[in-house]
Design a protein. Sequence first.
Length: 364
Amino acid sequence: MLRLERLALIVLVYAFAVGSIGLLAVAQWSEWECLGGSLDSAPVVTSWEADRLDIFARGADGALWHMCWDGTHWCEWESLGGNYTGTPACVSWGPNRIDCFVRGADSALWHKYWDQGWSEWESLGGYLLSSPVVTSWGPGRLDVFARGIGSALWHIGWNGSAWIGWNDLGGCFSGTPACVSRGANRIDCFVRGEDAAIWHKYCSWSWLMTYWSEWESLGGSFESGPTAISLSPDRLDVFALRSDMSLWHLCGDGTGWCPWEEAAPSVKGWSCVSCGSNRIDCLVALWGPSIGVFSGPPRITTSHAYWDGSHWFQSPLDSDSQDYSRLSAIRGLYMAECVSWGPGRIDCFMVGEDRALWHTRWGD
């Protein structure tokens, strides 16, 4: 995600898939709580079961640092060692299992996992030009992607018993790719091409073969790399920033793509999750139209937007509202990262200007 300098506005965006009806209830967020640490990257967060959270970030010492919520309390920060650049990528493919990947100081991919204890770091080779991304479509399955030699998309996979060597998937792009699994044996990847358009490539597996599609252009002209999430086996939602810093959204239903549409103006960063059927929640940081030098407590204004299946809508929250006073209490260096471990529950984490980790939640 983009680094935030003088973060001005933070918006909660609700997006409802086609067919949603009715008014959208205003979310109630908890007070921000400080979880300590001294961090030098955006956080990443995973959840292997209900009421379990594991948060990772690069520390000021260049190592990977970890803390967790075990359902009753926050554990202490622990250093997992290593020396890397960029943002880590972590995923859980089952209870008590987490796999983390980083781009090492040697530009190779490094891997460390939790399975009743932390493994040693292992090098998986390669030459990475971006931070890695990882996805898992089933127990024992890992697929890691990064921009590599030739600015192409490179892939390495774990099939449950061995690593499947590096594979050049072609393309030529900038930034970090976005890859997501929308079901067993399926991965979709999105990148920002040299022409500033968003490009798409997918993979499907069967017991007979592995099939990689050709690259297809999804059009548009964008300033940032994309992010992507999946609500169901037939649903993909893609987000990216245009040169005017407006956030745009594209959806796919398994048969085709909808047109690009604007989701929010003046965006600096965003994080999107799904916490229910046919639902997307985005925490979006926006620049205000008249931002000066701040003094005193941080001033972050919240507003609320949603997608009714055909259009995006935004309506500012009253400045006296509970959500305004709560979400406006922290300004960050990096965009927040959000996760949902169950219906109606969202947890968001942000590295504040003090470089500590801050947490807010929506739902019980």
